[in-house]
Ligand binder design. Structure first.
Ligand code: GDP
Ligand code: IMO
Ligand code: MG
Length: 427
């Protein structure tokens, strides 16, 4: 039987999911995004050429694969069209036969983006989440409030316009009386989005049926997660999270297939920790080592360009990621970035007022009230970016990987030693 695989980030996003999805795409026929939107930035490097994808699944660079955008995604029509144009200008042929959008996918409207930035601007100091400003939260709010615009609505202009008018009526109260901003005009917005929504029409499809037919034909499907486990709306570091469920289990609801169709979960783990935006981060480093990780790892956001905060690997956070996603395999990325550090530390527990903790506390902001407990491992000097087998890695790098496997009880099956597709070891 064909094996369907879910790839998810195990930390706070930017683990290298794009690279791993691109790599695993070779073995599958279909790649599905099931949550998030263009808050994601997934980087692919093929023979030195870099492509960043925000909405379109990371399998798109492989010819003859089918890429699907599931109902769990929130889609900005303009961003979608611009991404399509960008790919086509690179010579990657993308059209409705290779890319489909669920009719149930919610659309990000211009007022969602305005609301996202108005909220962030109004918040003060530590209340700011540091969102990507892409309208993600407000679009999901409307979905849950049952006032959202769905992709299929573009086929019914009267319905769509009426829904927009209703949504804007409510939002204008906020814009005018809470955010001190001018009201938004539906007519202007409607006209502005027409060129983009018009172009969505040929891409609309029944994604649940597409997955079922591929599955019944015995062909494998790959589900591509966005963000990371600790940005999950329920299980992440609430309220410093995104607005969707980022866990592997959501691949089922977010695309319209049963959970028994998810055969294998691969958790992508960066060899150290990064975080963009606000929120607690126990192993964060504001020193020479932090700068090493930032510089060597080129840790700048693929979506907003913001500098990513950097720190040691946190096995407490990862222990919970393993419990929440039940991965059978870890893909360890950016191991090359650790080269040149005399010693490497891993956080194996937290000290707290409740004593020693092996899992993150569950109270709001509990993670900001713990002290990491570290184990120190030897570092290595060698550049490992050209190494292609586990046995050829320096002994200290092998020890680091074994330590992760032992602590988490999950095999590290893929090791990434550089951004390029080729810079990968499969064990
Ligand atoms: P994603 O959001 O999880 O897909 O990750 P991003 O693309 O936002 O960030 C990961 C960054 O690390 C990108 O710039 C990748 O090209 C890069 N990258 C991925 N794997 C490796 C690796 O093993 N080594 C190095 N040095 N860079 C990597
Ligand atoms: P990928 O898929 C890293 C973060 C934002 C912010 C919080 C909420 O590339 O790993 P949002 O705009 O979603 O309401 O912002 O979540 N965030 C990410 N951080 N990688 C991402 O995606 C992210 N998507 C959202 O920085 O802290
Ligand atoms: Mg990213």
């Amino acid at each position: 039987m064909a094996e369907n695989v879910v790839v998810v980030g195990a930390q706070w996003g930017d683990e290298g999911k794009g690279k791993i999805v691109d790599l695993l795409t070779e073995k599958v026929e279909v790649i599905v995004r099931f949550q998030g939107g263009n808050n994601a930035g997934h980087t692919l490097v093929v023979k030195g050429h870099k492509v960043v994808l925000h909405l379109i699944p990371s399998g798109i660079l492989h010819p003859d694969k089918l890429c699907l955008i599931g109902n769990g995604v929130v889609l900005d029509p303009e961003v979608f069209c611009r991404e399509l144009d960008g790919l086509n200008s690179l010579g990657v042929q993308v059209g409705p036969s290779s890319l489909k959008i669920s009719r149930k996918t919610h659309l990000i409207m211009p007022y969602h983006k305005l609301l996202d930035s108005a909220r962030e601007e109004k918040k003060k100091g530590p209340d700011k989440i540091g969102t990507t400003g892409r309208g993600i939260g407000p679009a999901y709010e409307d979905k849950v409030a049952r006032t959202g615009i769905r992709a299929a609505d573009v086929l019914k202009p009267q319905l769509m316009l009426a829904k927009m008018e209703k949504a804007v009526e409510e939002k204008n109260v906020l814009f005018q009386h809470y955010f001190d901003q001018p009201p938004v005009k539906v007519k202007d917005m409607w006209e502005a989005i027409q060129p983009w929504t018009e172009r969505l029409k040929p891409y609309l499809a029944d994604i649940s049926a597409e997955i079922a037919s591929v599955h019944h034909a015995g062909k494998p499907v790959l589900f591509e997660g966005a963000q990371g486990t600790h940005l999950d709306i329920d299980h992440g570091t609430y309220p410093y999270v995104t607005s969707s469920n980022t866990l592997a289990g959501n691949a089922s609801a977010g695309s319209g297939c049963g959970p028994s169709a998810l055969h294998k979960v691969v958790a992508v783990v960066k060899a150290y920790t990064t975080r963009v935006g606000a929120g607690p981060f126990p192993t964060e480093l504001d020193d020479e080592t932090g700068r090493h990780l930032q510089t060597q790892g080129a840790e700048f956001g693929a979506t907003t360009g913001r500098a990513r905060r950097c720190g040691w690997l946190d096995l407490v956070v990862l222990r919970e990621s393993c419990r929440l996603n039940a991965p059978q395999e870890i893909a360890l990325t950016k191991l090359d970035v650790l080269s040149g550090l005399p010693q490497i530390r891993v956080c194996t527990g937290y000290e707290s007022t409740e004593g020693r903790l092996a899992f993150p506390p569950q109270m709001e902001n509990g993670l900001s009230q713990v002290d990491p407990v570290y184990e120190t491992l030897p570092g290595w000097e060698e550049d490992i970016s050209e190494i292609r087998s586990f046995a050829a890695l320096p002994a200290a790098a092998q020890e680091y990987i074994r330590c992760i496997e032992q602590e988490l009880g999950v095999k590290v099956g893929i090791i990434s030693v550089g951004p390029d597709r080729e810079q990968t070891l499969v064990r």
